[in-house]
Write a protein that binds this ligand. Sequence first.
Ligand code: B12
Length: 438
Amino acid sequence: MKIGLIAMSGIRAHNEELTQLGLTLPGFVERGKVIASLPSLSLLTLAALTPKKFEVEYKEIADLKDETDFLDYDLVAISSFSAQIHEAYELADRYRQRNIPVVMGGLHVSSIPEEAKRHSTSVVIGEAEPLWPQLLSDFEKDQLKPYYFQSEPGGFDLADAPIPRYDLLQPDKYNRITIQTSRGCPHRCEFCASSILLTSKYKLKPVPKVIEEIHAIKGIWNRPFIEFADDNSFVHRKHYKKLLRALAKENLRWFTETDLSVAQDDELLGLMRDSGCKQVLIGLESPRRDSLDGIELNANWKMRKQGKYRAAIEKIQSHGITVNGCFILGLDGDTPAVFEEVYNFVRDSGLYEVQITFMTPFPGTPLYHRLKKEGRIIRDRAWELCTLFDINFLPKNMTVDELQEGFLWLSKNLYSKNAVQERRRKFRGMLKQSPNFR
Ligand code: B12
């Protein structure tokens, strides 16, 4: 029996002016190219959980329009995020019309399973690992259930994680490979639509397991660039120092997402540098105190850190690790002054790389529920606009047009050839003087 594991892949934006800009500005294009060639870790994980008696095929669909032929699968499993969920549903409908059962899972469908059920035979809610083997056994008996959910949401122990089937990938198609070393995040940012939607606990994958996955990757790619698919690496310092010491023996280059607190730990930064960390992506969200106020729901962590932003960036980068600072535009505390403030902050802080996105009410997030209650979602269920580059809410202290125009202005200025070169030049100059870089 043959299972088709299908990822709706690629990157998405509907805003025409931004898409045009994305085609021309160097900073945009480079980051776009890098991320567009990442595989679906969730489906490689499902493949690894599938008993050998089934044949599995991994397939990516970037654009449904190009998809004309249908493959002879006995079961189809589809993974998608919100931005492409309508296409995923259409694909699911097409297979079901051919009497092929379809299973859907992932962050979007876990948040609104009833919607997904209208297009699929079964919906998997939450982490796949404890549910997929049971689902396959039901499938063999022709008894697929409408919903599969974890008895304890987020309860899967990463010590039991299988090694994702990296061998299913066509090696020359990917320039970066993902590994998950942890799931969850101790912060509770109102807008966050990542693995916190699957688990309220911060969970770690044991060090030997991560190393085993790296060896599996190195068996395929010579000197791979690894991207950790974590929401927030390094939360558990002792564990991560152990991991970094082990990573240092692997001759890797890697990237991850984390928070600013890494800047407080010199030993950690040194271990990151020595194990091949090239860049960390950090959600700074805004340089403005007013805009940060209230976005982290547990303890207003991000607002409390605002005064330390510059020093922290400087410290991390002095180790030769570039910081990709992410800013969200359209936060409730933002006024039309925010665009210039972000521009000035990026220029003065010495940030090597920068990413700007619109505030986005993803389903399942506290932000979505709040904006819906306040009547501020422009088109409800327009999930295709969940790209981070499209606006689907009414900003609090400016108009939609002001947000749109300000964002365009900021993009042009932050990603111009000159601005990008200036950031790189500054970074290289700083490194020459840095005692922390060798
Ligand atoms: C790597 C990555 C990508 C890669 C690879 C995507 C892919 N095909 O997997 C690329 C670069 C292509 C990408 C693209 C985009 N991404 Co992205 N990406 C990530 C990232 C960094 C890691 C995701 C990951 O690998 N997680 C690890 C896996 C194991 O977890 P998982 O996917 O949740 O899967 C588990 C369960 O959900 C479930 N499951 C998942 N799928 C399925 C399917 C079935 C059948 C079953 C049974 C179970 C199941 O089982 C898995 C194991 O437990 C996250 C941020 C983060 N730190 O997590 C953002 C993230 C997922 N991306 C996001 C976004 C917005 C996008 C884009 C829209 C950006 C854009 N403008 O184009 C596109 C959309 C792509 C699409 N097709 O819809 C959002 C999605 C939020 C949402 N709810 O939709 C996230 C959370 C980041 C954020 N800013 O909030 N992305």
